[in-house]
Design a binder for this molecule. Structure first.
Ligand SMILES: Nc1ncnc2c1ncn2[C@@H]1O[C@H](COP(=O)(O)OP(=O)(O)O)[C@@H](O)[C@H]1O
Ligand SMILES: [Mg+2]
Length: 214
């Protein structure tokens, strides 16, 4: 996806979270975003997905101005083009692993068990489709979340500190799955991370400050 952000500014009440954020992400590009805690990284990522509102500036996804879309149109665009991975895995506890991963396809009325299985194989969970989330480790749960975020072949993957809750060895495995899957499919990746090893693998590292990115 071509993601284009210009002069984005966001306040909570009278406090500015960030101001004058401008950045571009090209199709297939991997951009890491780093910055102090509380500087607005999660808020910025939510704006990129059209999950949050901003005060001024623009967010364009492949030329479509998200600010001009209502909530339904934003949701539709997300469903087609965007995947999201959070720090806390957000896997649905009552669905098994394959059902969790298949959810984005079901939302598009296009269930595809073969694709779900291929996605599970790709992240090393091929044997675990019938398991419930409570029977998985943290690293496995995050790989379920990655498979679910990519199963509908989005052109943009947004990941918010996806290894923040994992031990270093597991974090490396999860990061490998994330990067190899996005590289293989030419998916643009915007990764918020505190990990230097992860940021080192990005095409570009952007530092978010209260007054912009640089
Ligand atoms: N719903 C909210 N209402 C008021 N302030 C918020 C809300 N959500 C986040 N904030 C504030 O906005 C700032 C940025 O938060 P966040 O995007 O979570 O930062 P980061 O991800 O960089 O740690 C923080 O100061 C936080 O306290
Ligand atoms: Mg955050």
């Amino acid at each position: 996806m071509n993601l284009r952000i210009r002069q984005l500014t966001k306040h909570y009440g009278t406090t500015a979270v960030f101001a004058n954020v401008s950045l571009d992400v090209s199709p297939g590009e991997f951009v890491a975003i780093v910055g102090e805690s509380g500087v607005g990284k999660s808020t910025l990522l939510n704006c990129m997905a059209g999950l949050d509102h901003w005060d001024s500036g623009t967010v364009q996804c492949d030329g479509v101005d998200l600010g001009l879309l209502g909530d339904d149109a934003r949701a539709l665009l997300r469903r087609q083009k965007v995947g999201f991975v959070f720090q806390a895995f957000h896997v649905l506890p009552h669905l098994d692993v394959a059902q969790n991963v298949g959810l984005p396809l079901l939302l598009q009325s296009a269930p595809d068990p073969a694709r779900v299985q291929a996605m599970l194989d790709a992240v090393g969970l091929g044997e675990l489709g019938a398991r419930l989330p409570q029977q998985l480790s943290g690293g496995q749960l995050q790989r379920v979340a990655i498979a679910r975020a990519l199963v509908h072949r989005p052109t943009l993957l947004l990941a918010d500190e996806p290894t923040g809750n994992l031990d270093p060895t597991t974090a490396a495995l999860v990061m490998e799955a994330l990067i190899s899957q996005t590289r293989t499919h030419g998916t643009s990746l915007v990764l918020v991370t505190h990990s230097h090893t992860a940021a080192d693998r990005a095409d570009r590292v952007l530092h978010l400050h209260a007054d912009g990115v640089r």
